[in-house]
Design a protein around this ligand. Structure first.
Ligand code: GLN
Length: 483
């Protein structure tokens, strides 16, 4: 037994009784014990809970009440509330918070009988692109430990890349699933806004946030999304529509599929090594029958200012609930209520989170609301319209995920503006509520993975997953793993 398995392979072994959920869980737990200290991707483990999940899964597999996912191990980003687990969002503010309830997406996977391995590190409150702002320390990239894993779901990406979990959940507000997936050489999907429930996922920017699957393959992501997705009355923006099977298009030929290449995504600013790898994927897809056309998404540049105004505005209101009154951190000494609030928030939040609360409060304040917030909302609409114009000409859009491969630790988080600029290729589809995924596209000369992004129109996840699946059937980038 080893931990090189995909979700599908774990499932096959369990279904054919070639292993048990307990044996599988134990194998992963000992690999975690050995390798996690060098990358710090898991921040909370609970052996007893994990083995208990596995025992229940084995009972279900024995009595025939299981499903394809029963007994398969998974890691959860620290952003999801999970009953009985510390659910800290990698913040000092929630360090003492043991969740009394479970997020809907997690509950859906628990109901399938999946086995929780532990909680994956992230940027504090999902604000960042590096996984360096966590209260629990930085996570390192398993490919090269002096590089960062990307973020904010860097822990989730790193555990899958290091083969310390066959799959994980992440969340994506402006790229936090796709960018770390790209930097760690795995597959990650951000669904259409409203496809998966946000209930129980700590809110950063509610009109952007979506949870999504991260795994070695597109097929695994499709299997996870099948179980995660669905209407949830507890989330007012959850979309009420018929259940779909996200694996249904896998294995469809790509003959005649039209993919757009937006010129704004291939200009200067994107490293040539990244461009070269993307070009290889384009050539591969051409051989599979894909037709490429040049398109334009003219307002791409505006996505950074629009996103950072709106996301900070939403963050500043969402995070006002952390006041030291009902749960979470409270400062130890204070004279009155006012001082309790101030000291609690000053001590409980990290630097980046405070920066965003201040920006958000500023753009929502009287006198600046029209100049910033309302204007950003208008830009959001224009950016969404650009995509609709593009999808009148093509079935999907292909772009880089990030302008560079994984940067060195410490090299971008010291300059927030530079960090924000590195989100240029991922933000705009969150503004438009569209689905997007990242799939491996090759490596730099230095041996770091590079990802390619596929963007679809609303509810076109199955199509994107098949394009990624076809790339994976005809290449081996997704199979390679760090030494
Ligand atoms: N890097 C972006 C930000 O810091 C996106 C983060 C995310 O998707 N959670 O806002």
């Amino acid at each position: 037994m080893n931990t090189q398995l995909t979700l599908k392979q774990c499932s096959d072994l369990l279904q054919h009784k070639k292993t048990s959920a307990v044996e599988l869980a134990q194998t992963y737990l000992s690999a975690i014990e050995q390798k996690n200290p060098s990358i710090n991707a898991y921040i909370t483990l609970d052996k007893e809970k994990t083995l208990n999940d596995a025992r229940i899964a084995d009972e279900r597999l024995a009595n025939g009440s299981g499903s394809l996912l029963t007994g398969v191990p998974i890691a959860y980003k620290d952003i999801f509330c999970h009953q009985g687990w510390r659910s800290a969002c990698s913040s000092k503010m929630l360090d003492n918070f043991i969740s009394p309830y479970t997020a809907t997406v997690v509950q859906n996977l628990v109901n399938e009988g999946m086995v929780t391995l532990g909680r994956a590190n992230m940027d504090e409150f999902a604000m960042g692109s590096t996984t360096e702002s966590s209260f629990y320390g930085i996570t390192r990239n398993p490919w090269k430990t002096e590089h960062l894993p990307g973020g904010s779901s860097g822990g989730s990406a790193a555990v899958v890349a290091a083969r310390l979990a066959p799959c994980a959940l992440g969340s994506d507000t402006g790229g936090s699933i796709r960018q770390p997936a790209s930097h760690c050489g795995i597959t990650g999907l951000k669904p259409t806004y409203g496809v998966v429930s946000r209930f129980g996922m700590v809110a950063y920017a509610s009109s952007f946030d979506q949870a999504g699957p991260m795994a070695q393959t597109a097929e695994d992501c499709a299997l996870l999304l099948n179980a995660m997705a669905g209407f949830d009355p507890n989330d007012s923006t959850s979309v009420e529509r018929e259940k779909e099977d996200y694996t249904r298009e896998l294995n469809q030929l790509l003959n005649g599929v039209k993919i757009g290449l937006p010129k704004e995504y291939f200009g200067e600013g994107c490293e040539t090594e990244v461009q070269k790898n993307i070009q290889n994927v384009i050539e591969l897809l051409k051989k599979l029958g894909v037709e490429f056309i040049d398109i334009s998404l003219p307002n791409t540049e505006l996505s950074i200012p629009a996103y950072y105004v709106l996301a900070c505005a939403e963050a500043s209101t969402n995070l006002s609930r952390f006041d030291g009154v009902r749960y979470g951190y409270r400062t130890s000494e204070y004279k009155d209520l006012e001082e309790m609030y101030c000291k609690t928030r000053a001590e409980g939040f990290g630097e980046e989170v405070k920066r965003r609360i201040m920006i958000g409060t500023y753009v929502l304040s009287h006198g600046y609301y029209d100049a910033y917030y309302v204007k950003a909302q208008k830009l959001r609409r224009m950016i969404a319209q650009d995509f609709q114009n593009a999808f009148a000409q093509c079935d999907a859009i292909l772009t880089p995920v990030a302008p560079t491969a994984a940067p060195l630790l410490g090299s971008i988080s010291s300059d927030p503006v530079q960090m924000y600029l590195s989100d240029i290729y991922t933000l705009s589809l969150n503004l438009a509520g569209l689905p997007g995924l990242s799939t491996p596209a090759g490596f730099t000369a230095n041996g770091l993975p590079v990802g390619v992004q596929l963007i679809g129109n609303h509810f076109n996840e199955a199509k994107l997953l098949n394009i990624a699946h076809q790339i994976q059937q005809n290449s081996d980038w997704h199979c390679r793993k760090p030494d």
